[in-house]
Design a protein. Structure first.
Length: 106
């Protein structure tokens, strides 16, 4: 009877060692999952930072577009003024020529 109890005790100890070994493996796997989770959190933070940068760039591009619109409006205004001055110069030149022709005719 004592021999059977010793065998049972030995078997239980062996099973206990196996369970401890399996528990250690699970702990190791759990640590790996924690490490992977931390990496994913780090990657998520990087993506959030990149997303913020893109949003900032988008705002900057909108500002540039607005400024270019103002510059375009000013260029149109300058172009109109140049056209008006060109017409006035042509008109003055025609009048000047007419005046000289009138003087030459006398």
């Amino acid at each position: 009877m004592e021999k059977i109890l010793n065998e049972i005790l030995s078997t239980l100890k062996e099973h206990s060692r196996r369970f401890d070994s399996i528990d250690d493996r699970f702990d190791s796997v759990d640590k790996r999952f924690v490490s992977i989770d931390e990496r994913f959190i780090s990657i998520d933070k990087r993506f959030a930072s990149i997303d913020e940068r893109f949003n900032s760039i988008g705002g900057d591009l909108s500002d540039v577009k607005i400024r270019l619109g103002h510059v375009e409006d000013k260029l149109v205004s300058v172009d109109d003024r140049v056209r008006m001055l060109s017409e006035q110069i042509d008109s003055n030149a025609t009048e000047f020529r007419s005046h000289f022709k009138h003087i030459e005719a006398k």
